[in-house]
Design a protein around this ligand. Structure first.
Ligand SMILES: [Cu+2]
Length: 499
């Protein structure tokens, strides 16, 4: 599982009201943008490079008015991702965009070249400024329900996707919102799911698709209906109040505008969503980033060396709303954790400051870092005892989503795991009062962020870092600190490395 490209990405961010906000933050860019690429490698060892991840624990904030160049290398993912500003509550201001990782010319993808390729960023949206929302959270209040849903930054019917009759198009749909699972559908058209966060999947038709916060999907849509305009519909899932918005699928020879009400979708049905999730499986005969079939890595034959159980919860600490994992509500230290590791700065964090199983105790604040062995193969069980849908993301890796079900996870739950063709992705949902289990091969040294994508919860502590560590200083195991790494906190005054 190795990498292919190095790329340089230029993002210019502004701080216009509710427009974008990257200037004073880091931008989370762990997946690569092959837009302006500098150099192409074949068969080069994967660079282990959490320094470039662009989250609090790895990277210092980019000061206002300054530039910072991320040098990124794609992981082994051909597919669809997105980037966003990761600090404070900047994500609520936008500043995100789609990422397309293209296959190398000689590596076939399991479908014909589409006639067009559209990025479709969907998400819930607040009219309030990100600073206002942050202030609410800082006062210890919960975030209210959003005001609406946007498609590519636009309100109702503000965006149209143009198609020619008879042709097939790829839509790369990402949920860039802050809290709501969303259902995506197109009036009168089926969607053929082909790719999930860098994995080609069994090609299955869906009439609508649940996209949980932080998730990305590629579907193929064929313009095979009478030529007119059709609604593209996005609505919230599992919410007592249902928000809906629409865009337009427009045939080039359209005989007329959209007609009739936009098609309805599932609202609170959990089983529907769970069944859909279970139907999303890896295409074992498709090529991955290299010419070998994706199913050639037999994860199901490996016994995990360790089980980590992570239980999420909500509660108050000192009269303020907090969210936790295994009772620990994350608070940042004064120095990015990865830099503290690199410069051997003691006292910034403690390894295993969070338990690897639920403790049942009350919520407390700490800089949660969980230690894990490089090259071990582990099982992580996300346990959700609450009434909300959770969405978990792990940086630095894709993982096999081997199982999810209602109720309490027990070791007997393993009997129902999919050990053959589970989807390999980086963001997974956990249904209300349910669990989701993943397998991860820890082949990537670094300080990796593990967080809920429910952004207010993330901001108020529902996150931790997985420290995949090795004593080795070999370049084979980890890339050295970037020459241009910003140094802040107690790393200020240190030196990165000579030119
Ligand atoms: Cu990530």
């Amino acid at each position: 599982m190795e990498s292919c490209f190095e790329a340089q990405v230029t993002l210019r961010c502004s701080v216009e009201e509710k427009a974008a906000a990257c200037l004073s933050g880091s931008t989370h860019l762990h997946h690569l943008l092959p837009i302006f690429y500098l150099k192409y490698w074949s068969g080069v060892q994967q660079r282990r490079n959490s320094y470039e991840d662009g989250v609090y624990g790895t990277t210092c904030p980019i000061p206002p008015g300054r530039n910072f160049t991320y040098i990124l290398q794609v992981k082994d993912q051909i597919g669809s991702f997105f980037y966003f500003p990761s600090l404070a509550f900047h994500k609520a201001a936008g500043g995100f965009g789609g990422i397309r990782i293209l296959s190398r010319p000689l590596i076939p993808v399991p479908f014909a070249d589409p006639a067009g390729d559209y990025t479709v960023l969907i998400g819930d949206w607040y009219k309030a400024n990100h600073t206002t929302l942050k202030a609410t959270l800082d006062r210890g209040k919960k975030l209210k329900f959003p005001d609406g849903i946007l498609i590519n930054g636009r309100g109702p019917n503000g965006v149209s996707f143009n198609v020619e009759q008879g042709k097939t198009y790829r839509l790369r749909i990402s949920n860039v919102g802050l809290m709501n699972s969303l259902n995506f559908r197109i009036q009168g058209h089926k969607m053929l799911l082909v790719e999930v966060e860098g994995t080609h999947v069994m090609q299955t038709h869906f009439s609508s698709l649940d996209v949980h916060v932080g998730q990305s999907y590629s579907v193929l849509v064929t313009a095979d209906q009478p030529a007119q305009d059709y609604y593209v519909v996005v609505s919230t899932r599992f919410s007592s109040q249902i928000l809906t918005t629409t865009g337009i699928l427009r045939y080039s020879n359209s005989a007329g505008p959209v007609s009739g009400p936009p098609p309805g979708g599932p609202t609170i049905q959990i089983d529907w969503s769970l069944n859909q999730a279970r139907a999303i499986r890896t295409n074992l005969t498709a090529s991955g980033p290299r010419p070998n079939p994706q199913g050639s890595y037999h994860y199901g034959l490996i016994t995990p060396a360790r089980t980590i159980r992570l239980s999420s919860s909500a509660g108050q600490v000192n009269g303020k709303q907090r969210y936790a994992v295994n009772s620990v509500s994350f608070v940042p230290a004064d120095t990015p954790l990865k830099l503290a590791d690199y410069f051997n700065i003691g006292g910034v964090f403690r390894v295993n400051s969070i338990s690897d199983r639920p403790t049942g105790g009350g919520i407390y604040l700490d800089t949660a870092v969980l230690g894990a062995d490089y090259r071990s193969f582990i099982e992580i069980v996300f346990e959700n005892g609450e009434d909300i849908v959770q969405s978990w993301h792990l940086d630095g890796y894709s993982f096999f989503v081997v199982g999810m079900d209602g109720g309490q996870w027990t070791s007997a739950s393993r009997n129902q795991y999919n050990l053959r063709d589970a989807v390999f992705r980086c963001t997974t949902q956990v249904y209300p009062k349910s669990w989701t289990a993943i397998y991860v091969a820890l082949d990537n040294v670094g300080m990796w962020h593990l967080r809920t994508e429910f952004w207010a919860r993330q901001y108020l502590g529902q996150q931790l870092y997985l420290r995949v560590y090795t004593q080795s200083t070999s370049l084979r195991d980890e890339f050295p600190i970037p020459k241009n790494a910003l140094l802040c906190g107690r790393a200020k005054g240190q030196h990165t490395r000579p030119l």
